[in-house]
Design a protein around this ligand. Sequence first.
Ligand SMILES: [Cu+2]
Length: 145
Amino acid sequence: MIRLLPFAAVALLAGCGMAPELSVDDAWVRLGAVKGRPAAAYFAVHGGPVDKTIIAITSDVSIRSEMHESMKSGGMMTMAPLASVPVPANTDVVFKPGGRHVMLFDMNPGIVPGGRPVLLTLSFSDGTRVSRKATVFAAGDPAPE
Ligand SMILES: [Cu+2]
């Protein structure tokens, strides 16, 4: 047993040294207050071992989608489209209410709060894509923890 220990320790260290891959979690969608209004999508991206850049985020239930950033200007909340969003290595990039978000236009009217999840797909400039299911909330629901 004792003779095996050094080998096991090396294997363990190698496992710890591997940088985690980029991942996406905490995905959710808030529907518009009125049918026909855009929904908004939020999530957290955890950067992997290399820098990446998000160039598009789409859903399986909307005709069109745009990345936006909310900001205060002159005491008013406004938003501007984002062509791309960098995800530096080993860095968290969060899309959340009041900040970066994805607007989903022309949503499938059959999507309802608590119903079938929405599939979000993040496309990166290196050609990779990551999809994650997003829970659907009503316009007036508080943001999930
Ligand atoms: Cu927006």
